[in-house]
Design a protein around this ligand. Structure first.
Ligand SMILES: Cc1cc2nc3c(=O)[nH]c(=O)nc-3n(C[C@H](O)[C@H](O)[C@H](O)COP(=O)(O)OP(=O)(O)OC[C@H]3O[C@@H](n4cnc5c(N)ncnc54)[C@H](O)[C@@H]3O)c2cc1C
Length: 465
């Protein structure tokens, strides 16, 4: 069988690329080694974690309805029921991708794909049988997997990655999360809400590395109020598994005396690394960069003509929507169009409670780049809707160019931040200004009015402060 395009990997990068290419008239196949389509995101990432985040948030909220004048009995946890909700959510999403492949006449091949040569992909099935497929172009979309912690062996039962943390059959009484990034804080939130005592150990002296420093600091205080304990500037050097409880050895990152903390479960969430194993990249002559990511040019093409790469396996933020947009861009390029991704306007969301959402530059980045900027801030405590919903924790921070007023960044901590951020994303896509945002009518009463007020604060003066 000969194709115009074979995509290896069916995560958000791969499946979206395949669908877009098929819509543009290309004959497309996808090779996926997992039994179901959808990649990390749909099977063991974004989707199951959000199912558990929503369910655990409801569980916690139901226990705190008194302030709204609602009396309910103390909620009881049905963990198998909650995990079944997560599994059903995953199933409906991965089935959805299979349906879309059929609808768009995309051939799905379940097996491990490797590149025999440009234009030739070998699919090895679980039973060892192989098939060789011919194609004009290949897109590598093989994603990433959890980065290991030296000296700590994962068993996915007591010492887990995010994958094991999505399937714990018992709420741990003590959970250590190694790494204060998005995945660690989200899954730490799930198990804390369900009853675990959570300690986060982070090598750096701050949480959420890469996000705006002020946002991270205030967010850390909110998490501490919820019961999170943080050990920053600290590293885990070993975990002793010999006893009934785990004993983690921690040390200050800059060196010092070792200390031991106990836990039932240790979640290793120190980041993810690109996944290229078994692809035959070396033999095909495809170059990797210094961090073992597939190197691509501005059109997502590797150094080997006809072989492209997108998503977590190349440079850039490891986010599903970044992978999706690259999938669309490369499909358009292959169909002779001018696909591209605006890396200045890719939002990032932490789906905790409250949520954190961010797009564009942080204050630290603007300072480092020597760009003169203005800051406008507005707290949800001054927003009527937030007061009505008892959701006054958090604030909006708008960063604009001091000379041109162009919006350079937006950072939100608050309920629903992950939905609200998109008005800033669209505005940045159109190179809009703080004044544009401040002059756009926002429905009253909404949490989003705080974005308008923060933009007003950056451009001239807020009304409600
Ligand atoms: C717990 C968790 C929560 C997350 N939450 C979010 C979130 O809320 N929002 C967000 O934007 N991002 C989130 N992410 C990150 C997101 O999952 C990734 O950025 C995204 O999945 C990357 O998409 P991708 O298509 O590049 O690769 P992947 O989704 O990793 O898919 C790659 C696919 O390729 C397959 N594959 C690999 N090698 C081969 C081969 N040789 N042959 C055939 N198939 C192969 C793999 O089996 C996999 O299915 C989360 C990640 C985790 C782990």
């Amino acid at each position: 069988m000969s194709y115009d395009l074979i995509v290896i990997g069916s995560g958000p990068g791969g499946y979206v690329c395949a669908i877009k290419a098929a819509q543009l008239g290309l004959k497309v196949a996808v090779v996926e080694k997992r039994a179901t389509y959808g990649g990390t995101c749909l099977n063991i990432g974004c989707i199951p974690s959000k199912a558990l985040l929503h369910a655990s948030e409801m569980f916690e909220e139901v226990g705190h309805l008194d302030a709204l004048g609602i009396k309910v009995a103390k909620p009881k946890l049905d963990l198998p029921g909650m995990l079944a909700h997560k599994d059903a959510t995953v199933k409906s999403n991965v089935d959805g991708v299979a349906y879309l492949f059929k609808k768009n006449k995309i051939d799905g091949h379940i097996g491990t794909g490797s590149i025999a040569a440009p234009g030739k992909v070998v699919v090895t099935k679980e039973d060892g049988s192989t098939a060789t497929l011919e194609t004009k172009a290949i897109v590598i979309a093989t994603g990433s997997d959890s980065a290991p912690l030296p000296g700590v062996e994962i068993d996915e039962k007591r010492i887990v990655t995010s994958t094991g943390a999505l399937t714990l059959d018992k709420v741990p009484s003590k959970l250590i999360v190694v790494g204060a990034g998005v995945i660690g804080l989200e899954l730490g939130s799930v198990w804390r809400r369900l009853g675990a005592e959570v300690t986060v150990v982070e090598f750096l002296d701050r949480i959420l590395p890469g996000m705006d420093g002020e946002v991270a600091k205030q967010f850390q205080r909110m998490l501490e109020k919820q019961g999170f304990a943080f050990k920053l500037g600290t590293k885990v050097t070993a975990v002793d598994t010999s006893g009934k409880t785990l004993k983690a050895t921690i040390e200050l990152a800059k060196g010092g005396a070792a200390e031991t903390i106990e836990a039932d479960v240790v979640l290793v969430a120190i980041g993810r690394r690109p996944f290229t194993e078994g692809l035959g990249l070396e033999a095909a002559g495809v170059e990797l960069d210094e961090r073992k990511r597939v190197k691509v040019d501005g059109h997502y093409q590797t150094n080997v003509p006809g072989i492209y790469a997108i998503g977590d396996v190349i440079a850039g933020p490891m986010l599903a929507h970044k992978a999706e947009d690259e999938g669309v861009a490369v499909a358009e390029i292959l169909a002779g169009q001018a696909g591209h991704v605006n890396y200045d306007a890719i939002p990032g969301v932490v789906y905790t409670s409250p949520e954190v959402a961010t797009v564009g530059k942080t204050e630290e980045e603007l300072k480092a780049a020597g760009i003169a900027y203005k800051v406008g801030k507005f707290p949800f405590s001054a927003n009527g809707r937030a007061r009505a919903m008892l959701a006054t924790d958090g604030f909006v921070k708008i960063l604009s160019d001091a000379n041109t007023d162009r919006l350079l960044g937006a950072h939100i901590v608050g309920k629903g931040a992950g939905e609200m951020i998109h008005e800033a994303v669209v505005l940045m896509e159109f190179a809009g200004s703080a004044e544009d945002l401040a002059r756009s009518t926002h429905a009253h009463p909404t949490m989003s009015e705080s974005i308008k007020e923060a933009a007003l604060a950056a451009w001239f003066k807020p009304i409600h402060m």
